[in-house]
Design a protein. Structure first.
Length: 234
């Protein structure tokens, strides 16, 4: 008798669940919508936050911003240079690297370097056009500009500077990067090939320390330079 009662109770409970489930399934779903409400912020807070002002105007495309926001900064450079192939003389180098022209991927770079003895000198200016989105970790840019180079009585070349720049940025905002430049100066009498490798690391928001190696080669002669520079990002 007790067993029969427990079976009847179990079947009754199962029927109750089925009936309730069926009734719930027939009930139309209700979507809750919340009315738009303005942010309860003072005008002073909004005026002091450009990011908040932008979000209030329209929701930005964050992915596009990350892709196009430059992963490297403009840098003003000044430092010491050592010329192993010019009897180990010392010198200096100054310049500006990747000065952006507006919001375009076009930048300008210029530099001047010489040894203290005055018989080793090089200067020039170049345009770089970065073909990949500026926010990438790797980028490539054709180079076009002008360069003058003199190494004592060995050679003196002036003319158009044509080449390519490869840049690898493992961390954004210029905290660290590696840049390889390869170019050729088309002079009046002979050509000059220039290879430069630069490695930089930031130790503050605006200051970096960089090391660069440079090789210059004509058909008959060659020269080299090692430099260490302090860089400032405006």
């Amino acid at each position: 008798m007790a067993m029969r009662y427990r079976i009847f109770s179990y079947l009754s409970g199962a029927m109750t669940v089925l009936i309730a489930s069926s009734a719930y399934a027939d009930t139309p779903s209700v979507e809750m919508t919340l009315p738009d409400a303005p942010l309860n912020l003072s005008p002073e807070v909004i005026e002091q936050s450009p990011v908040l002002q932008r979000w209030l105007e329209a929701i930005p495309d964050v992915q596009a911003d990350i892709r196009n926001d430059p992963s490297f900064n403009t840098r003003v450079q000044a430092g010491y240079s050592f010329f192993p192939s010019s009897e180990g003389t010392g010198g200096f180098a100054v310049g500006v690297d990747d000065w952006f022209i507006g919001s375009t991927p076009l930048t300008v770079s210029a530099d001047y370097q010489q040894n203290f003895r005055g018989d080793r000198q090089s200067y020039g200016a170049d345009l770089h056009y970065y073909v990949l989105p500026l926010g990438r970790y790797f980028n490539v840019a054709p180079t076009l500009g002008y360069r003058h180079a003199r190494a004592g009585d060995d050679y003196q070349v002036s003319g158009a500077n044509v080449g390519v720049r490869l840049r690898f940025v493992p961390t954004r905002t210029g905290a660290a990067d590696l840049t390889l430049d390869q170019s050729w100066v088309v002079g009046d009498s002979e050509g000059l090939g220039i290879t430069q490798l630069n490695v930089g690391y930031a130790f503050s928001q605006n200051l970096r320390l960089s090391t660069d190696l440079e090789w210059q080669r004509t058909a008959d002669e060659g020269d080299s330079r090692v430099g260490i520079s302090l860089e400032w990002s405006p």
